[in-house]
Design a protein around this ligand. Sequence first.
Ligand code: IFM
Length: 457
Amino acid sequence: MPVTTSPIDATPLPRLPAGFVWGASTAAYQIEGAADEDGKGPSVWDTFVRRPGAVRDGHTGDFACDHYHRLDEDVELMRRLGLDAYRFSISWPRVLPNGTGKVEPRGLDFYDRLVDALLGAGIEPTPTLFHWDLPQALEDEGGWLNRDTAHRFAEYAAVTGERIGDRVKRWITLNEPFVHMTYGYAFGVHAPGRALMLDALPVAHHQLLGHGLATAALRAAVPDGQVLIANNCSPVRLRSDARSDQDSAAASAYDVLHNRLFNDPLLTGSYPDLSAYGMPDRSWGGVVREGDLAAIAAPLDGLGVNYYNPTWVTAPNDPAALLPFDLAEPEEPYQRTTFDWPVVPDGLTELLTGLKDRYGDALPPVTITENGCAQPTGLDDRARVDYLSGHIDAVARAVALGVDVRGYFTWSLLDNFEWAEGYHQRFGLVEVDFATGLRTPRASFEWYRGLIASQRS
Ligand code: IFM
């Protein structure tokens, strides 16, 4: 395989196939600010950040990176970076302040301007329709616990597709429905802050149904468009001292919850067995209705994969525990990000080859829709360069092993609002001063720019 070398870092990286898409990702609530401007309705995050103690140091996304007012400056940064594509999310309550019904034209105008600016810079817009900022009005009706939200999501997809689908040809429906279900509805550490534990499971089905219905709406509005979903996936590992059948059963059970619950229905048309989670039957006690799985399994043009690290598990210490696994720490002394997440690039190769082994020809082309790391404030972020370099190399190894990977979007273009951590975790290629909005590209920005240029040359 021919070798390219980035100008910043001497680490040689294999050349990815021609046409490979180099991108960067962000999300609306994490960067836009302008929380109640131009008719935007409140989202569950606007509500949640005001709950005392919910977000570290009481930070909010009210201002965030002020991207709403700095769109041109941010697109210029992307142009300098040489991105092929930019993954952003559309704020549902900016477009439909109540989640349904009346459309806010000024909200749509903003995304219209963003799309035109991107296309003008030669960058392909790649919107995600739902990155966790559900309109509060829909949460008041039960949010994703309410099946009707799936239908409202399809309505929103149609409105958006009809407005920008003439220019936007790659769409992502949902971001990380696993994380939204667990953090938002099971543990309550993200919006909407509901701690329902296993009673949160219907949220998985309703999000996936929403994906299926929105896919149909997008196919109607944008017949030449591509539709993907971005799933957070994590290879499951046992500690080397784990030997028992119970440990293996715990690993399988965790894999079902984190990975298979969200990939199987899309790619095989059926859910994995959830009896370890107390699900009484295949209809989940009436939650999964006739025809739902067919809608969810509508063909995808690609699977988006968000990867950060593997998950280590053991058998539960308490046999009467609610969950059929305990989370564990690896014994290997991995480097850690400021989030304390272990840095494990080979987990990404393992994940991608594992998807191919599990789904075979049913696996559509894969795009890495997120991968990146939180590092300390500062411009000389050598650790981020090492992280990105290692993970892109891991993607190349998966490609060499036969996995069809079509693109890599790093998380994130800008430092931004990192949910319950507020502004304390910095994932950006570009440092942001949250007091002034000043953007300063880091060493990793120059490194990524050089990598993209050398991969193209
Ligand atoms: O910032 C988040 C993003 O919103 C979803 N995926 C993981 C990122 C880092 O935690």
